[in-house]
Design a protein around this ligand. Structure first.
Ligand code: ZN
Length: 101
């Protein structure tokens, strides 16, 4: 004979089911976010954020900077500005020298 589930049992299973649905939604949203992130990266990776021209890498005192040949913008990755400012005075002037020729 099947017994009628008690109120706490119903509540427990409803909570488990709600958590499963929430987990599935979070997982699906993360997947969509990853897809969008990958799509944007493919579209914009190593392109100037100002003019869209493809960036070129230049190594300057062991730091690789991304340079736009069109608008002459200089772009640094995370932590590279700190590395440059930790160098002796005049280093930023030398970076400017990358563009004078
Ligand atoms: Zn540019």
């Amino acid at each position: 004979m099947i017994e009628k589930p008690s109120e706490p049992e119903n509540e427990y299973f409803a909570r488990v089911e709600a958590q499963k649905r929430l987990d599935a939604q979070v997982k699906r949203a993360a997947g969509i976010a990853d897809e969008e992130k990958n799509r944007l990266k493919e579209l914009h990776y190593m392109h100037c954020p100002k003019c869209g021209t493809e960036l070129h890498e230049e190594t300057f005192e062991s730091i690789t900077v991304d340079i736009c040949p069109s608008c002459r913008g200089i772009f640094l990755d995370d932590g590279e500005l700190v590395k440059l400012t930790e160098r002796p005075k005049g280093v930023l002037g030398k970076v400017r020298g990358l563009f004078s020729s």
